[in-house]
Design a protein. Sequence first.
Length: 205
Amino acid sequence: MSDKPKFEVIDRRKIKADEEQDSQQTAGPGEGTASAPPPEPASARPEAGAGPRLVVNQPKPETAAEPEGEMPPAPTAQESHDQKAAYEASAQRLEDIVRAQNPAAGAQPPVTFEHLVQQFYLSAMIQMGAGTPEGQQPRVDILGARTTIDLLAVLAEKTRGNLTEAEDGILQSVLFEVRMAFLELTKMISLHAMQTPPPPPQAKK
């Protein structure tokens, strides 16, 4: 069995339904002599607000209704609408708290496609060592940078024909810049690897 961790997506709607069913079974008056089933231990029941969590070699219970590896069903349109409304109300309360503590701060601008592209750009450049304080050794995550650049390429492919001319221009310019930076960095890494002498062979015992 592999020791590699895996992610398990927990369907909160299913947990909520199970909890309501449990409460209905235990809330009614005594029916016959049948006793209510013992509650599950706290360690065996996922928390209602847990969301996705990292699971390491944890087998699924035999009573699980969803086969292993399958995603929970997509939310309904009503569920998505209600969740979006609750999210926006919560975000507005948070903004009101921040502005109350700092009256000089204006309202946060709405998030746009440009912000998304800029976030990918900053992530890729930081992974390639940009922004390192002077005098410190740059920490480069070249494989992470490649993944971020590939995500930008996926974004460009999936939004093709659905962007304004300005949005497409920003995306293509950013993609060009991060790819050029990646080429320069990988060239330096290759030259350094060629100039570094291999380790001496170990003497056989």
